[in-house]
Design a protein around this ligand. Structure first.
Ligand code: SF4
Length: 390
């Protein structure tokens, strides 16, 4: 019955099959701040008990708004800063409050400095079936530059432990394009990561944000960022290296050993599937509306203690805005854009509207236009941010 009501709910979005919404839970704590990070998180873990209580209340305020979830993603911040008993509290609460499908993908982000084998085994016992390990590099000098609080050896041990604990669906997060890093150095990290045969790798280019310790070191001239071409070289080499070893490059930064190992949760963000975000600064999307929670643990707890939803802002997206986003997001993925579905959902015939620009991109080798789809080439993925500026 629930699936039937979900089918009705999403029919108006022009889909042939109903995609199930995803549930995101933001843990706002980190033990220390990494030198490159400008995400929202705090290092004072004092309010941890208050936060867990508020999070459970927030789930309750959203009961019945979404038909069911088939993915849960616990991210941050650093979820592994929490004792595992709190992860159990969170999972028990969301299972009691919402309908979670039996084959749901349940992912938790883990810092290699935190949980050992006993904790990882407990998580497996709670039904967590996917881990995303924040390795970032397997070179100690690079880890120090990034301000990570773990070593390469700790990361390798954690990767052994996750496999001993029975996790088969493991993602390794890595960063490339660091100051002083050469392509052979990057490939050494990739090779060490592959020795654990991960199901999935997320490889991100280092972004230098001005308001971070690393950004300030760049501004003082301590480091120089490589030219754009060099950074693009990292991107291309990563794709060639991993594709040659059996990984599918299915999104700009994401590689999986087959689409059945792609992140089911993250795929939802790229095709406008609804999602609910719980926790400070978490974003949600449903019925063309996007809203986000306060980016302050104090205000988040205060609102929930007062019986209010901790929403900091919201926007209604027009069909045109959604269409533009869908174009931008679709061109990030190897699957590209199915033009018929696009027209049905957004009321825009892409070829009629943007034919000359699309054909120019095709001539430049950035997209492939076939009957019914527009897909980025590898070169197109490398510049996809600009492709969307039609
Ligand atoms: S662990 Fe993640 S969220 Fe926390 S400071 Fe480092 S990069 Fe930022």
């Amino acid at each position: 019955m629930r699936e039937l009501s979900a089918q009705r709910e999403y029919r108006d979005m022009g889909r042939s099959t109903p995609p199930m919404p995803g549930l995101y839970i933001h843990i706002p704590f980190c033990r220390t701040k990494c030198s490159y990070c400008d995400f929202f998180s705090i290092t004072d873990t004092g309010p941890m008990d208050d936060f867990i209580r508020a999070l459970c209340r927030e789930a309750e305020t959203r009961r019945g708004e979404f038909p069911a979830f088939d993915t849960i993603y616990v991210g941050g911040g650093t979820p592994s800063v929490l004792p595992v008993k709190f992860i159990e509290t969170i999972l028990t609460t969301v299972r009691r409050t919402f309908t979670i499908l039996p084959d749901a993908e349940i992912t938790i982000e883990v810092n290699p400095a935190d949980w050992g084998l006993p904790e990882l085994k407990s998580l497996r016992g709670m039904g967590v079936n996917r881990l995303s390990i924040g390795v970032q590099s397997l070179n100690d000098k690079e880890l120090r530059l990034l301000g990570r609080r773990h070593t390469a050896e700790q990361a390798m041990r954690t990767l052994e432990n996750v496999s001993s604990a029975g996790f088969e669906n493991v993602c390794i997060d890595l960063i490339y394009g660091l100051p002083g890093q050469s392509i052979p150095m990057w490939q050494e990290t990739l090779s060490k990561a592959l020795s654990h045969a991960p199901a999935h790798l997320s490889c991100y280019e280092l972004e230098i944000k001005k308001n971070t310790p690393l950004g300030r070191r760049f501004m003082h001239g301590e480091y120089v960022q490589g030219p754009e071409e060099q950074q693009r070289g990292f991107f291309m080499q990563t794709s060639v290296f991993l594709s040659g070893r059996g990984y599918l490059h299915y999104e700009i930064s994401n590689f999986a050993r087959g689409m059945d190992r792609a992140s089911r949760h993250n795929l939802k963000y790229w095709d406008h599937t609804p999602y609910l975000g719980l926790g400070p600064s978490a974003h949600s999307f449903h019925h063309n509306r996007r809203w986000w929670n306060h980016g302050s643990v104090q205000n988040y707890v205060r609102d929930l203690d007062a019986g209010k939803q901790p929403v900091g802002g919201a926007e209604e997206l027009t069909r045109e805005q959604l269409a533009l986003e869908a174009l931008f997001l679709g061109l990030r993925t190897s699957r590209g854009i199915d033009t018929e579905t696009y027209t049905r959902r957004y009321g825009i015939d892409l070829m009629a509207e943007h034919g000359p620009a699309l054909e120019e991109w095709q001539r430049a080798g950035l997209v492939e236009i076939t009957h019914g789809s527009i897909r980025p080439t590898l070169g197109g993925m490398a510049v996809s941010d600009r492709l969307a500026l039609l």
